[in-house]
Design a protein around this ligand. Structure first.
Ligand SMILES: [Zn+2]
Length: 254
C-alpha cells in the first residue's frame, strides 16, 4: 500500500517540468496571430538554438529529442507549417521568409517577393525580427537549425564556382560525408574546430557576404558567434550528431 502512494506521487513530479517547460508566446502580425515556442534552460555553454523555418520539421524534431537527453535552450516559430509566413492587414495578404528579415534591405526584398508590399507591413515584420533578436541573450552563441531538400544546395554550393561562393571565406569538405549535412559559421574559431573534427564546414565572409537579411548576416555584422546546422530533411541522426558536435565545441571554448 505504501509503495503505491509513492508511485502515484512520483509520476507527476518526474513528468511535470518536462511538459511545462515549453512556453508559447503569441505574436500579432497585422491581424494574424502566430506563436513563438520557447524552452529555456540553465545549461552551461551559453547557447541558444533557433529554428525559423517551420516546414524544416526534422530540425524541430531534433530540438525536442535533444532536449530529452541534454539541457538546451531553444525557440521556434509556429504559424502555417510553411517556410514563408503569411499575414493579413486591412484585407491584403502579405508573406515573407522569416530568415530574410534581419536587415532593412533583406526585409524589403522578401516582402516584395511576396503577394504585396507596404511600409506598414514592413513595420510589422520588423517587430517580429526584433522579437526574435530579443530572444538571443547577450554573450550567447546562436545556433540555427535548418533542413534542405534541394539537391542543388549543399556544401558544394559554397566552394569555388558554386552559387553561394560569394559568402564563403573558407570551406572544408570531408569527401566521406554527405554534402547535404554541414555547418555554416561566422566564427573562425568554430570553423577550425569543426574542420579538425572532420565535419563539413563553411566560414562566412563577414565582409563580402550577400546582404539577404538572414540571421547569419545579422550575426556576422554584429560579431555575434553564429553556427548553422544544416542537414537534409529526414536526416535526423545526422542532425543529432551535429548537435552533439556543436554543443561539445561551443562548451569547450575557452
Ligand atoms: Zn531553413
Amino acid at each position: 500500500m505504501k509503495r503505491l502512494v509513492i508511485f502515484i506521487l512520483f509520476i507527476p513530479l518526474l513528468t511535470w517540468p518536462q511538459e511545462n517547460s515549453i512556453m508559447a508566446t503569441k505574436f500579432i502580425l497585422g491581424e494574424t496571430e502566430i506563436s513563438i515556442y520557447e524552452q529555456k534552460s540553465q545549461a552551461p555553454g551559453n547557447i541558444v538554438f533557433v529554428n525559423v523555418h517551420e516546414d524544416e520539421t526534422t530540425s524541430i524534431e531534433t530540438l525536442y529529442r535533444y532536449a530529452d537527453i541534454d539541457s538546451i535552450h531553444f525557440f521556434y516559430l509556429r504559424h502555417q507549417w510553411t517556410r514563408r509566413i503569411v499575414f493579413t492587414m486591412k484585407g491584403r495578404n502579405y508573406d515573407f521568409d522569416p530568415n530574410r528579415i534581419f536587415t532593412k534591405k533583406g526585409r524589403k526584398k522578401t516582402l516584395k517577393d511576396g503577394a504585396n508590399y507596404s511600409g506598414k507591413a514592413n513595420k510589422q515584420v520588423k517587430k517580429l525580427a526584433e522579437a526574435i533578436l530579443n530572444r538571443l541573450p547577450e554573450g550567447h552563441t546562436v545556433v540555427a537549425v535548418h533542413n534542405n531538400t534541394d539537391e542543388e544546395y549543399s556544401i558544394k554550393s559554397y566552394a569555388e564556382g558554386g552559387g553561394e561562393a560569394e559568402n564563403t571565406k573558407s570551406v572544408y569538405i570531408n569527401p566521406d560525408t554527405d554534402p547535404d549535412d554541414f555547418i555554416y559559421t561566422t566564427d573562425s574559431y568554430f570553423y577550425e574546430a569543426f574542420k579538425k573534427a572532420g565535419v563539413n564546414v563553411i566560414l562566412q565572409d563577414n565582409k563580402g557576404y550577400v546582404n539577404d537579411g538572414s540571421l547569419s548576416v545579422y550575426c556576422g555584422k554584429n560579431e555575434i558567434p553564429y553556427i548553422n546546422i544544416e542537414t537534409q530533411k529526414g536526416h535526423f541522426d545526422a542532425q543529432m550528431r551535429l548537435m552533439e558536435q556543436v554543443l561539445r565545441v561551443v562548451r569547450s571554448r575557452k
